[in-house]
Design a protein around this ligand. Structure first.
Ligand SMILES: NC(=O)c1ccc[n+]([C@@H]2O[C@H](COP(=O)([O-])OP(=O)(O)OC[C@H]3O[C@@H](n4cnc5c(N)ncnc54)[C@H](OP(=O)(O)O)[C@@H]3O)[C@@H](O)[C@H]2O)c1
Length: 368
């Protein structure tokens, strides 16, 4: 028999007695482009988690988990006329019947013929009137991935892994693992966060720069009461500022290190004293890091890895949620998994599962 689910409140379960201050507007209209089911629509849903605008600057350049090289996803292609799942497959379905199997496979991969659809929402958000199997639009995704309003602080991690658990391909980067579908959720998670925290290894390998908020999700970000800037926090035990981030002293980049870090003073000179967080005397203490971020008004924290940083967050017991995209490839080889830490057995509960083009995107809550 399945054990009972822990009592984890979701934003859509939140009542007026919540600890957070009331929303500036109790509900806002969110204009979205339905990627799969038709024309632009305007939906109304409550902001999920509200906070004042944060200091920082507008992002200048793009950087992310390395982008997949495949063609643009239909999910990113804006409005399209269709009356629902059946008509959505109408023309393509006819085409698929007459194509030989191998061409059919290629066709499906190249054109991203499958829409994003819901597989599980437990419990479903109140504003989500979709049954499992239904196609999802942007507003649905926003409510499915909302940060719980019951929590002043929330740390979620986001990774993409192959079906056999590799998070990098043979090139040592994530671009050979992730997909366009994963990138949609990747952008949304950023938009719903106050700050993104990564390890210096990921910053170096993936060439991170200041973070833009994807245009597609800016309205959702605003509706959730989050300011336009999305600071990047890089965690380094040595205190080294990755070369691509050196001299960015406008607040778009913050370094988190400890008081004995070998490069503490150069880091302060490079980013500015205000943009270097000292979180412990001889090692970075994850709990202290989160406290310092919260003191800056950054309570919704997204970590995009990598595995050493995520491992230390797990060991410190500060992880609330894992968003994991399982992409339809088996890579074998020696690619790392999502966490480098001593053996452990943390229970996680699946809350959301969506699928597009064979990529399964799950939202798992730590069951404390
Ligand atoms: N597929 C995905 O979703 C995904 C996501 C993220 C990363 N990746 C991949 O993962 C690989 C990087 O792995 P990684 O384990 O090296 O990444 P990482 O955890 O980002 O980087 C390790 C480095 O970050 C710093 N660091 C991490 N945790 C720390 C802590 N608790 N305290 C102090 N410093 C800490 C240290 O930097 P210093 O050496 O400067 O002290 C450490 O050497 C890359 O190839 C990247 O592509 C994949």
């Amino acid at each position: 028999m399945m054990p009972p689910l822990p009592d984890v409140s979701m934003p859509w379960m939140t009542r007026s007695t919540d600890r957070l201050p009331p929303a500036r507007d109790s509900a806002k209209s969110f204009s979205c482009h339905s990627p799969t089911s038709g024309a632009c629509s305007s939906r109304t849903f409550p902001p999920a988690f509200l906070s004042p605008e944060k200091p920082g600057v507008e992002s200048q350049s793009t950087s992310a988990r390395t982008k997949p090289d495949s063609t643009r996803s239909r999910s990113e292609s804006g409005c399209r006329r269709s009356s629902g799942p059946v008509s959505c497959f109408g023309f393509l379905g006819d085409m698929l019947v007459i194509l030989p199997y191998r061409s059919r496979t290629r066709q499906a991969t190249a054109r991203h013929t499958r829409p994003m659809r819901l597989l599980l929402a437990d419990p479903p958000p109140a504003e989500l009137a979709r049954a499992p199997g239904s196609e999802l639009d942007d507003a649905d995704l926003v409510s499915l991935y909302a940060v719980p309003r019951t929590s002043q602080r929330w740390l979620r991690a986001n990774f993409a892994a192959s079906v056999d658990g590799a998070i990098t391909g043979s090139d040592g980067r994530s671009g050979s693992v992730n997909t366009q579908a994963d990138h949609v959720v990747f952008g949304l998670l950023r938009a719903l966060s106050d700050v993104v925290v990564i390890g210096a290894g990921t910053a170096r390998n993936e060439g991170y720069g200041p973070l833009p908020v994807p245009r597609r999700w800016r309205a959702a970000r605003e509706d959730n009461g989050i300011g336009p800037r999305l600071p990047l926090v890089v965690v380094s035990a040595r205190g080294h500022v990755p070369s691509r981030l050196e001299g960015l002293n406008d607040g778009s980049v913050v370094l988190a290190t400890h008081g004995s870090a070998e490069a503490l003073e150069p880091a302060r000179r490079s980013l500015g004293e205000d943009h270097v967080l000292v979180c412990g005397e001889s090692a970075v203490d994850p709990a202290q890091l989160l406290e310092l971020l919260a003191a800056r008004g950054w309570g919704r924290v997204l970590t995009e890895g990598g595995p050493h940083l995520f491992g230390s967050f797990l060991e410190a017991g500060v992880v609330d949620e894992l968003c994991l995209s399982v992409t339809p490839r088996l890579l074998a080889g020696s690619g790392p998994r999502i966490a480098v830490a001593g053996a452990r057995d943390d229970p996680f509960v699946p809350r959301v599962l969506v699928e597009e083009d064979g990529t399964l995107m799950g939202r798992w809550f730590h069951a404390r």
